[in-house]
Design a protein around this ligand. Structure first.
Ligand SMILES: O=C(O)CCC(=O)C(=O)O
Length: 249
């Protein structure tokens, strides 16, 4: 029989190697129901963080700052049990996005890495930029060394099957650091044999490094594919930059 400590060590060794892991039971059915309600209210609201394409709202980028239930979830024991063994004690959520893929708000994304962070105010610190304003909040591309010390938890509120337009990942690609567009083409040429579709039941999660190359195909089914995407760090930013935070709690 394998000791629990050894099982945990093996799981994290694999996460380090592959840059992602799928966990089936992170949220209880009651938590899923509560979050479906909270995100329904959020998605109906008029706010600058809305993500829309051709008039169809498909999510939002200010979920963590707007929704108290999501801030509580981000700090909950069930999520910190996942995040702290990876980032160390004192890890905290820095941004939360909501995605809702449906037949009418559908999308596909090419292979990419998540390199954007949100900060309280723009300061021209080496390694950060180009800068953009999204919903009035300063965002910058962050250096790969910082992104390599972050982790993302993507919580699924619906069953995500092959027809749901699941996220696809290239295992191990996070270890390449920042990948320039030419190298992304090389990686994606290998994608056929290597890519893994992240099929996740409602209440499950994908844990991933932001630098892991990922993509997503359009959904072909009829339902929703709702995801709460939480990004965590365990350090303050250099050069006087500050993570953007909600003003309340
Ligand atoms: O949910 C998806 O379809 C993918 C989202 C994504 O690629 C991202 O968050 O960068």
């Amino acid at each position: 029989m394998i000791a629990t400590a050894e099982l945990i060590a093996r799981r994290f060794e694999r996460f380090d190697r592959e840059g992602f892991a799928i966990l089936d039971h992170v949220l209880s059915p009651d938590q899923v129901a509560e979050l479906l309600e909270a995100t329904r209210t959020y998605a109906m609201g008029e706010h600058d963080g809305r993500l829309d394409r051709r008039g169809e709202v498909y999510g939002g980028r200010d979920l963590l700052w707007r929704v108290a239930e999501v801030r509580r979830l981000a700090r909950s024991a069930s999520l910190m049990t996942i995040v702290e063994p990876i980032l160390g004690p004192g890890a905290f959520a820095v941004r939360g996005l909501f995605f809702d893929k449906t037949p009418s708000a559908n999308w596909n994304l090419p292979w990419h890495q998540d390199r954007t962070i949100a900060v309280r105010r723009r300061l021209d610190v080496p390694g950060f930029g180009p800068w953009t304003l999204k919903g009035g909040i300063a965002h910058a591309l962050a250096p790969a060394e910082l992104l390599a010390r972050m982790v993302t938890v993507r919580l699924h509120l619906d069953d995500c099957g092959p027809e749901s337009g699941p996220m696809r990942v290239l295992p191990g690609s996070h270890a390449a650091g920042q990948v320039d567009p030419g190298a992304i083409a090389t990686w994606s040429a290998r994608a056929g044999s290597m890519a893994v579709d992240c099929l996740v039941p409602a209440g499950g999660a994908v844990i991933m490094r932001p630098l892991l190359l990922h993509a997503s195909a359009s959904g072909t089914g009829q339902g929703h594919r709702r995801v709460i995407h939480l990004e965590y760090a365990a350090e303050e930013l250099p050069g006087g930059l500050e993570w953007y935070t909600a003003d309340s709690d």
